[in-house]
Ligand binder design. Structure first.
Ligand code: FRU
Length: 502
């Protein structure tokens, strides 16, 4: 075993004992120690789910990337395995960046990742080379392929950047051959694109096509691509960088998007019909999917965003976590997301409330906590006065609340906007704290499902048409939940307590 991998393993072995379990989410994966970003190698191998992650064990900040490793039976309870990859070869000495995994016909688990080497360019700017590499193993120990890299600069089409060329997502075709998609920047027009490669043996690769390319409004580099079928359509999932904000959908900077349409296999092109943000909150990036044995397409993402990820103290022991795994489906031209159904197995108790003529405020001693799954339905009453289109003007849910802190979900039916704000959640940073997303209630019913696990909140809107994800810096003592309505409506709540054992 190379020195860098042994050192990382020894270090995590020594340090993880000092991490208080209470500083972690209960059913979202967080790093064993140190820093976590993108999910990698999300796969089912030898009867268990494997999830690797971009990992810097030595510090709770980004640094030379390793692959951390965890396994699970239900995608909610995770067990850590030793670090899988460390940057220790001439072609990956500055980082083992994101990638994916599958099972080889001989039973080995294959990892495909981006090797990074920092190298100044002609003008002596600190650019890096990015190449695609393989490692194969038994689910714990992985050996890097002796002839790495398997895809490098010589395999690029004209105008493709060799510096922004990363995050291979590999899969096997029904005929047994392999494909992978890789994120790239087109140097000619400085826009994001995804490159498609093919192989007969997962080792020797050839460039096939530019699968899809930016049409000016979706950013300059596309990171972490994934490509799969869903409900008869093809979906290309991307994480674009350097975008301009677009009204109530994409923010400025990094985003994530589902590009959907048909696939022209002969020319290797996605015939894109629509694009849609994968999440409307703040903390969601670099998603990757997996197809389960029972045919569900499950997506998981890093529950963070790059701008806020720089400011936590050097002394912190942990940083970063994943989102909940989400089940994807396709309906009326849109990708729908639901929390993974296994979450129902975490319910300790359920409290149901129905307030037919709700107005003012509601709190209950049985509805509080920092680990819960809350289903909310708010139904219009016949509108009071002529010309009124809604029987209420504003609906608020406050959670992670006490006298000092709260996070707010606010629906305003006249604007059809759902706001989520962590402005009073305890942050001392001048970063984005508020988001709003357009939400229609065609049958006069607003349906929200809010899942909170320690400090990560995910809101599934109208049965998963949209999702908003956000991290909260609020101390755990702030565990109140309250409901407020200006006007009158029927409020129904189902509160499932998901508190961990101690
Ligand atoms: C996305 C990303 C990837 C890269 C990794 C490095 O968050 O920038 O493109 O592989 O993080 O840690």
């Amino acid at each position: 075993m190379e020195w860098a991998l042994r050192r990382a393993r020894e270090f995590e072995e020594q340090k993880d004992k000092f991490i208080d379990r209470k500083s972690r989410p209960a059913f979202h994966l967080s790093p064993r120690i140190g820093w976590m970003n993108d999910p990698n190698g999300f796969s089912y191998y030898n009867g268990r789910y494997h999830l690797f992650y971009q990992y810097h064990p030595y510090d709770a900040h980004w640094g030379p990337m390793h692959w951390g490793h965890a396994v699970s039976d239900d995608l909610l309870h995770w067990e850590y395995l030793p670090t899988a990859l460390a940057p220790d070869q001439p072609y990956d000495r500055d980082g083992c960046y994101s990638g994916s995994a599958l099972t080889l016909p001989d039973g080995r688990h294959l990892l495909m990742y981006t090797g990074v080497v920092n190298a100044p360019n002609e003008k002596n700017l600190p650019l890096m080379w990015q190449v695609q590499c393989l490692a194969a193993g038994d689910g714990v120990e992985y050996e890097k392929y002796e002839h790495n890299p398997v895809i490098d600069q010589t395999d690029l089409p004209p105008d493709a950047s060799p510096y922004d060329f990363r995050d291979p997502k590999i899969w096997q075709q029904p005929d047994g051959t392999y494909r992978c998609v890789i994120g790239n920047r087109c140097l000619k027009d400085n826009t994001g694109q995804v490159l498609l490669y093919a192989s007969d043996d997962a080792v020797n690769w050839r460039f096939v096509s530019v699968l899809d390319k930016n049409d000016s409004h979706l950013g300059r580099m596309w990171e972490c691509p994934d490509f799969f079928t869903l409900g008869g359509k093809h979906v290309l999932l991307i994480s674009p960088q350097e975008m301009r904000a677009i009204n109530y959908s994409y923010d400025s900077g990094n985003n994530t998007a589902f590009l959907s349409g048909d696939y022209d296999e002969e020319n290797g092109k996605l015939l894109r019909e629509a694009d849609q943000p994968a999440d409307y909150g703040i903390d969601f990036y670099a998603p990757q999917t997996l197809l389960t044995e029972d045919g569900r397409r499950i997506m998981i993402a890093w529950m963070q965003e790059w701008e806020t990820a720089k400011f936590h103290p050097r002394t912190s022991h942990l940083f970063g976590q994943m989102t909940l795994p989400r089940e994807l489906s396709f309906k009326d031209g849109k990708v729908i997301q639901k929390p993974i159904r296994e979450i129902e197995g975490l319910r300790r108790s359920t409290k149901t409330v129905k307030l037919e003529n709700f107005t003012g405020s509601y709190r209950s001693p049985e509805i509080k906590g920092r680990f819960f799954d809350l289903e909310v339905s708010l139904k219009q009453k016949p509108a009071a006065a002529a010309g009124e289109i809604s029987s209420y003007r504003r609906f608020d849910i406050c959670f992670a609340e006490n006298a000092q802190y709260h996070t707010l979900l606010r629906y305003e039916p006249y604007d059809k906007l759902l706001h989520m704000s962590r402005r009073y959640a305890g942050s001392r940073l001048k970063v984005i704290h508020d988001k709003a997303c357009r939400t229609d209630c065609p049958d006069g019913e607003l349906k929200l499902r809010l899942i909170l696990d320690h400090s990560g909140a995910e809101v599934f809107i109208q049965d998963g048409e949209k999702v908003m994800s956000m991290m909260l810096p609020t101390p755990l003592e702030a565990d109140g939940i309250s409901f407020h309505l200006e006007g009158e409506a029927e409020l129904q709540l189902k509160f499932h307590d998901l508190s961990p054992d101690d």
